[in-house]
Ligand binder design. Structure first.
Ligand code: SAH
Length: 456
């Protein structure tokens, strides 16, 4: 199996909120864009920070403080009036409103359009190792109940856990982390220390190779941070089903943990179909299968066969291993390396029918500018899949595009239902598991949405 070498190191953590920062020193060098107006002396005079704390200050343009006041954690570049001091990427800065009032402590990210991400809205907080440890502990405690069902749990989910840009997944005793913003990249060592101390896990692997790192001016970096390099895929057990997870070369951190509850729902739906169709074979189509998570869930629920389709040969090889791990044969988990769009058309020509179909494509809309094209692609696969469903059959359809909200996704799928000329009911809306919560103040955190439709 190919191993990715550890690439460039992330910048070293600088002391947080250290006393070395010159606050409001006249003529202090600034790395950020020059101010549009001269610094307001009033702003510097009126803000009072806790004694001994002298970080750089970012004065927020009048009017742009409102979202921070509503505890939305991001300050965009356009909201920066000027910077007092010379913060480096990832340093902790104080966000101050135009009249000198404290808004938040935040991580400075000079190259990103999201120029600062708030750590805390409490003036008295010190963003130091103890503070990071407390955040990590709180995030882990919120997930304790999940360990009964699975040993694959997302322990930290960025903004929802008050640690913007940090993702930590636990697979058995292995931790995999992604530092996707300047602040968490700069504090990586402190965060890893806290994770090791809190979980007792000794093996920590970094997969900070997501494209979003580039937007923060950070290089891609992967490799062992603590303990050993895994000698092969890690085996995890979720709801009694075994899955192999390749944390080194797999997608993201290796497994789509976020689909746990939906895998369970697929299994339950197969149970319903079996009750409705006693003695008849139950067939499922898992389109965009990756390593076959939904196929295994369907087979565990009693499906006769699961056609498992992906364009990636490595993903399908792991899906076959996963079948073996659970005692299912190749006539049960059938793999097809194919483009899903083409396979759906072929299946229609061959008049194939399925009792349950899962559509879980990659993010078709990486940003708002891709929404229209993505909508057409979502509609096409849904229309084609609906035409392949037996009456009484179920479609689980997903979108992980943050730029397409649940209402729009439902409209797109409704359009597909009309074009397919099938009679369908929406049974339920679906989302990510509860280790992927969303901060109510940060709706951008919601990305995975799904619909369960039944054909009448
Ligand atoms: N359902 C999976 C996750 C899917 S991720 C799970 O629960 O684990 C999206 C998958 O779609 C990836 O494995 C990727 O290889 C595959 N893919 C992307 N475009 C594709 C296409 N046009 N046809 C087939 N597979 C595709």
């Amino acid at each position: 199996m190919s191993r990715r070498p550890a690439v460039a190191k992330t910048p070293k953590a600088r002391p947080t909120a250290g006393p070395a920062q010159p606050v409001g020193r006249p003529g202090a060098p600034r790395r950020s864009a020059p101010p549009e107006r001269a610094p307001r002396t009033a702003a510097r005079a009126r803000v009072s920070l806790p004694a001994g704390v002298a970080p750089a200050q970012v004065i927020v343009r009048a009017g742009k403080e409102r979202s921070l006041e509503r505890r939305h954690p991001w300050l965009y570049a356009g909201g920066v009036e000027h910077v007092i001091g010379d913060p480096a990427s990832g340093d902790t800065v104080a966000l101050i409103d135009a009249s000198g009032g404290f808004l938040a402590w935040a991580a400075w990210s000079p190259q990103s359009t999201i120029r600062a991400r708030a750590w805390s809205f409490e003036r008295e907080d010190r963003i130091d190792p103890a503070w990071f440890r407390a955040r990590i502990q709180r995030a882990i405690e919120r997930r304790c109940h999940l360990h009964e069902r699975t040993d694959a749990v997302r322990l930290v989910f960025g903004e929802a856990d008050g640690l913007p840009g940090l993702v930590v997944d636990r697979y058995g005793s292995q931790l995999v982390i992604q530092c996707l913003a300047a602040g968490v990249a700069a504090h990586r060592e402190v965060l890893v220390d806290a994770l090791v101390a809190t979980t007792g896990c000794v093996d920590v692997y970094e997969r900070s190779d997501a494209a979003v790192r580039a937007r923060e001016g950070l290089e891609s970096t992967t490799g062992v941070l603590r303990g050993r390099e895994p000698s092969g895929p890690i085996e995890i057990v979720e709801d009694g089903i075994r899955y192999g997870v390749d944390i080194v070369s797999g997608h993201k951190t290796g497994f789509y943990i976020d689909q746990r509850d939906n895998r369970r729902a697929v299994r339950d739906e197969i149970g319903r179909l079996r009750r409705d169709r006693t003695g008849q074979p139950i067939t499922m189509l898992n389109a965009f299968s990756y390593t076959g998570g939904f196929s295994l869930a369907a087979l565990a629920g009693g499906a006769t066969s699961a056609l498992t389709v992906d364009s990636s040969a490595e993903a399908l090889a792991m899906a076959q291993h996963n079948a073996q791990r659970n005692g299912f044969g190749p006539e049960q988990l059938v793999v097809a390396q194919s483009d899903v769009f083409a396979l759906l058309s072929e299946a229609a020509q061959q008049q194939r029918r399925f009792d349950l179909i899962v559509l879980d494509p990659p993010k078709f809309a990486p940003s708002a500018s891709h929404v229209e094209r993505a909508a057409r692609a979502y509609k096409e696969i849904n229309r084609k899949a609906l035409g392949l469903l037996h009456p009484g059959g179920a479609l689980f359809t997903f979108s992980c595009s943050g730029a397409i909200d649940v209402d729009l996704f439902q409209k797109i799928v409704a359009g597909a239902v009309i074009d397919a000329q099938v009679d369908c009911s929406l049974v339920r809306r679906l989302g990510a598991g509860d280790d992927h919560p969303m901060a109510m103040t940060h709706p951008e955190g919601e990305y995975l949405k799904g619909l369960l439709l039944r054909r009448n």
